[in-house]
Design a binder for this molecule. Structure first.
Ligand code: ATP
Ligand code: MG
Length: 399
């Protein structure tokens, strides 16, 4: 779903929420970037507007859950006027399963999260990992958004270079760039679009799992978008004025999003993350995975070469995406902003910085929020914060 009028996001949610025909669609909710003259840029929110069947009253509290492959991260966020409040967070081992997460296990897990969080709100905003949601930039002839979704559904090979059966899509219009007068203009005017897609069955199962846990799904957000939303509010200057790379180092995979003056211009997935780091330590020392993980977290310097054997190719792959962008756009990326569990390690951050060849640092996705956390959580937040970016981005999408 795309909104182009101020304040229309909630209305659109409601409208789409009432329409049965997209009752399980991934939606893209866009908030206008007020700093840029009426352009559709900036904060991108993918949402599952479906089941939002309440009144037009804005949600003032949300339980946002990042269903990470290794660790579930959850936050309770509130909106009081212009102020976002963080009142609790949770890190919990993700359920272990073979191929697809069985719905009953998802329900049990969500119940455990909501009990631990003592959430007053039943509304949840969820994220999916990169394997369950597709995010892609395309060009498509101009047409109404409803038609665009249908065209993608029936012609995924044409526009997304993949046969995606039983997928649902949503589209976010990207701002027009200045016309290239050196090339003859094409007969059919085209529009740049950011597409989100997910398997209908997966989305339905997620919604069902949430419902069976006694909760109400308000949004589903591709995890990759979470840090983008949080970055806009936590680092507004860099967001609007710079070209930056947001990198999230996950468990099996990592993501890179390049933001050019508030616009998401490139996103890529690299199939390496914390899991490969632990495996490399386990292999090199011939110890169990659990022991290796402990050493990685507690004594990274002792297993330097094993960690470097993964950090180096990971950093190079990420650098290749930056090179690709810089070559295409003829602009330089000024800084890499890192999130994800592995970036809680200074050793890993430094190793990545070396390969990325630009300044690379973690950032605090909670910095724009008023903190009303229990004292122990407040004390630990600084350490945990880089791992919460995706959950916070999902919370922002809903508030
Ligand atoms: N202090 C630390 N030092 C190094 N690694 C850490 C530290 N804390 C957590 N990790 C690693 O972070 C990884 C989990 O990160 P994260 O929670 O970002 O992944 P995830 O969100 O579950 O995965 P994905 O995003 O791929 O779905 C694990 O491999 C864990 O070992
Ligand atoms: Mg993650």
């Amino acid at each position: 779903m795309v909104s182009s009028r101020p304040g229309s996001v909630a209305n659109q949610l409601l409208i789409i929420g009432c329409r049965k025909l997209i009752s399980a669609s991934l939606g893209l909710v866009l908030r206008r970037n007020r700093s840029v003259n009426n352009q559709l840029t900036g904060n991108i929110r993918m949402a599952l507007p479906v089941i939002f069947s309440g009144s037009k009253k804005k949600r003032d509290q949300i339980l946002a859950i990042d269903l990470g492959t290794r660790t579930t991260k959850a936050v309770i966020m509130q909106r009081r006027g212009d102020v976002h409040v963080l009142s609790r967070y949770l890190l919990l081992d993700a359920p272990i399963f073979d191929k697809a997460l069985p719905p009953e296990l998802l329900t049990e897990h969500l119940k455990a999260v909501s009990q631990a969080m003592e959430s007053k709100s039943r509304l949840v905003s969820l994220t999916t990992n990169v394997n369950d949601a597709l995010v892609k930039h395309i060009e498509i002839p101009r047409m109404p958004l409803d038609d665009m979704r249908l065209i993608l559904k029936h012609n995924s090979r044409n526009y997304l270079q993949q046969d995606l059966q039983n997928y649902i899509f949503d589209c976010h219009l990207l701002p027009e760039s200045a016309p290239d007068t050196s090339k003859p203009s094409s007969a059919v005017p085209k529009q740049k679009v950011l597409v989100a897609g997910g398997k209908a069955q997966f989305v339905n199962e997620l919604v069902e799992g949430v419902k069976n846990a006694g909760l109400v799904a308000n949004h589903i957000l591709p995890g990759m978008i979470g840090p983008v939303n949080a970055f806009e509010l936590a680092q507004p200057q860099a967001f609007s004025n710079e070209v930056v790379a947001l990198i999230d180092v996950g468990f099996k995979s990592s993501t890179i999003c390049i933001l050019q003056h508030g616009e998401l211009v490139l996103s890529r997935v690299v199939n390496m993350g914390g899991d490969r780091l632990s495996l490399a330590v386990a292999d090199s020392m011939n110890i169990s995975y659990a022991e290796a993980e402990g050493i990685k977290v507690g004594m990274a310097g002792e297993v330097q070469s094993a960690l470097e054997s993964i950090i180096t190719p990971l950093g190079r792959e990420l650098r290749a995406s930056i090179d690709f962008y810089e070559h295409q756009a003829d602009r330089a990326v000024s800084c890499a902003y890192l999130t994800g569990g592995s970036t809680r390690s200074e050793f890993i951050v430094q190793g990545l910085q070396q390969e990325l060849m630009i300044e690379a640092k973690t950032w605090n996705p909670c910095s724009f929020m008023k903190l009303e956390l229990p004292p122990q959580q407040a004390g630990e937040l600084e350490q945990v914060a880089p791992q919460l970016a995706v959950a916070i981005g999902a919370g922002i999408a809903a508030l």
